[in-house]
Design a protein around this ligand. Sequence first.
Ligand code: FMN
Length: 210
Amino acid sequence: MADNYLEKRYEEVFGKGGGNHSGRPSLDTLLLKNRSYRGFDASYSVHPRQLDSILAVNTRIGSGMNAQRLRFRAVCEPQEAAVVLSCIKLAGAHPEWGLPLPGTEPGAFIVVCGTTAENPVLDIDLGMSLQSMGLKAVEIGLGGVIVRNFDKAALRDGLALPLEPLAVFAVGRPAEKIKLVTIHEGESHEYYRRDGIHYVPKLALEDIKL
Ligand SMILES: Cc1cc2nc3c(=O)[nH]c(=O)nc-3n(C[C@H](O)[C@H](O)[C@H](O)COP(=O)(O)O)c2cc1C
């Protein structure tokens, strides 16, 4: 990457003509596509190299005090993946949906562990890691979901993890249609499904400004 990357990008975006002409997806596009996918194309197997490229974002992101206390286990071998799948809960707000639907289960995961007990700084590091991995997944045409609702003890045992698991990032080729809907202060934040589309309400810009 050239050292003047930021200057060149500025010119591409704000220079003559404006707009993003680089052929690369803009951050807004990546953010928009970086939804929580809970149904995946079972005919597609995530390759260990793809998982590694997602995991590698963690060698470039910030960390409180630069302590880098997160560790990662990539899982895509079917037997191990079945263990992770048995430990996680998707869409806990809607158990009646029975997600993931049979035949749309995720087959690849990145389990995030901490080298220390959870604390607020580690939690911020964790959020940055998970969001960065989500964006990387989308950049390479995949998608995932962050999972914090899981059986920690069973996962730690099942994968013989030497450290406490903090979160799971499930990843695959998404097989769901998801749309954002703008809402305003006081309206329901609850995600819902209608005619095969998963809708996610998000507060409008004017409602998040103080
Ligand atoms: C910290 C965190 C924990 C989450 N845990 C779960 C989970 O255990 N199971 C699940 O299905 N989704 C989980 N999610 C996904 C959220 O439900 C999702 O982000 C929210 O519904 C908004 O949808 P969006 O990600 O498409 O914007 C989690 C998200 C975050 C950021």
